[in-house]
Design a protein around this ligand. Structure first.
Ligand SMILES: [Zn+2]
Length: 467
């Protein structure tokens, strides 16, 4: 393929194969893909618009059909691309790594984004990619995992990097072979931050045929068969038996109002109810108490009182973030505690003031309050921290969320509850991709089941230490 020629993906014959549904998905992906493709070709942006608009116009109607001439592009739609191996190696110039997708033929097109320092996402376009016998690289602390998703009309790839690795990524076709190369170039943390901020993470499950979605991700419905045998063995000696679920806000307090007017109070109530139903179904010996089950306002002190009256073993407050910049996304888990150093306190203040709108919930506690709390409840704090990390791990590794980390902060609602307590910011409603995720039944199930698994695992761990 002549690298100077426009990549064929945008030519009219290719667009003509779009189904109406694909054009709908495409509406979200086109701007990103165009910006990346432009880097690799002398593609004329003006030429996109007529066919793009005509395709958009075809949404809900018969797909438009274009004439195709054989010599216009060489890739037959019947071609199967065999992807045998993904490998990575340090670059010869010592400036980073290169990840190679070993392919029998060239892709029709591809796009790359890097929405976080530790996440690279590729979308590969080809009529048929065979990955049946693919070999994945031997992972190390820098390149931690590669995941492939077969989407309805393309293929998604997530590459997870170590958080300590600071690189900027680019993709290009190898000139000596049919392979696709992803170059990782060492960069400063600031450069990586600026670079990654321009991208919104892709949620591949949105493009997966819904019939196959659960098979591919398989995260959502926990089933009794998933319960550990060990758990069954200690079940008779239970002590962790009451969980308080606290859906944030409610009534006249909508919480954050995000993209398309998604309201935090509604999203977190749905997630909370799913979490409660998982616990009731799969941990029948655990009692679930809600601070609210309907759209009503409960003040922060009352939420703590409900928890204390029920003598809960764990208080879980569920929230969703919002911020003025729609590019900010990811989940965070907080537990209450005193900052360990002035520097940490400054970081916390800055983080909270920049990335959450919960400042009213944050700073009513004095340092002295927190010190007293810590002296009185050091056991709760250690437990809260442990559970917070288990939830964060579930979000990152199983629910495929970008983690903004585990943090300590002075949330009043946590202070009121005399028990281990965590506050979960499930994601940003101001970010369109996360808004779609958090308002979807599917996304809410994934979030709720991730929290469920962390609670279940903690319960198991706790009960083992009691025996
Ligand atoms: Zn909130």
């Amino acid at each position: 393929m002549d690298p100077k020629r426009p990549l064929p993906f945008f030519s009219e014959p290719t667009l003509s194969t779009f189904s109406a549904r694909k054009s709908f998905l495409w509406r979200f992906t086109l701007p990103l893909v165009v910006s990346v493709i432009l880097l690799f070709s002398n593609f004329d942006a003006q030429a996109v618009h007529p066919s793009f608009n005509r395709t958009m116009g075809g949404f809900g109607e018969e797909p438009l059909v274009f004439e195709r001439t054989e010599d216009e592009f060489s890739t037959s739609v019947e071609d199967t691309l065999h992807m045998d191996r993904i490998s990575f190696a340090p670059r010869g110039d010592g400036l980073g790594y290169v990840i190679r997708f070993h392919q029998s033929t060239r892709l029709d097109s591809f796009s790359l984004i890097q929405p976080a320092s530790d996440l690279i996402q590729l979308e590969l376009f080809h009529s048929n990619i065979d990955t049946l016998d693919i070999q994945f690289p031997t992972y190390n602390e820098d390149v931690q995992e590669v995941r492939l998703y077969q989407l309805e009309n393309s293929y998604g790839v997530d590459i997870y990097l170590g958080q300590q690795l600071k690189v900027i990524s680019n993709a290009y076709p190898d000139m000596q072979s049919q392979d696709l190369l992803v170059a990782l170039t060492y960069s400063t943390p600031r450069e990586v931050e600026v670079y990654t901020q321009q991208f919104l993470a892709r949620n591949w499950y949105l493009s997966i045929n819904p019939d196959n979605a659960l098979d591919i991700l398989a995260p959502a419905a926990p089933s009794p068969a998933n319960l550990d045998l060990e758990y069954e063995q200690v079940k008779g000696k239970l002590r962790f038996d009451t969980v308080i679920i606290d859906p944030g806000h409610g009534g006249h307090d909508p919480g954050n109002v995000g993209y398309r007017n998604a309201r935090e109070k509604d999203v977190v109530l749905s997630i909370s109810k799913k979490l409660g139903s998982y616990i009731e179904e799969y941990l029948p010996d655990v009692k679930v108490i809600y601070t609210r089950e309907t759209d009503r306002y409960v003040d922060l002190e009352e939420r703590g009182s409900i928890a204390n009256r029920a003598e809960g073993d764990l208080f879980v407050s569920i929230h969703a973030d919002g911020w003025t910049s729609s590019s900010v996304y990811g989940s965070s888990v907080f537990f209450l505690g005193l900052h360990r150093s002035d520097a940490a306190f400054e970081v916390m203040k800055r983080e909270n003031s920049v990335f959450t709108n919960h400042s009213d919930e944050l700073f009513n506690l004095t340092e002295e309050d927190l010190l007293i709390y810590e002296l009185a409840h050091s056991g709760y704090i250690a437990t809260s921290e442990r559970i917070a990390y288990m939830i964060e791990d579930q979000f990152r590794t199983r629910a495929n969320r970008k983690s903004r980390g585990v943090k300590q902060a002075g949330f009043v609602v946590l202070y009121q509850a005399s028990m281990p307590a965590v506050l979960i910011e499930t994601g940003f409603l101001s970010n369109p991709a996360e808004q779609r995720f958090l308002t979807s039944d599917y996304g809410q199930s994934i979030i709720a089941s991730a929290i469920f698994r962390a609670i279940r695992d903690y319960k198991l761990e706790y009960e083992k230490t009691q025996n």
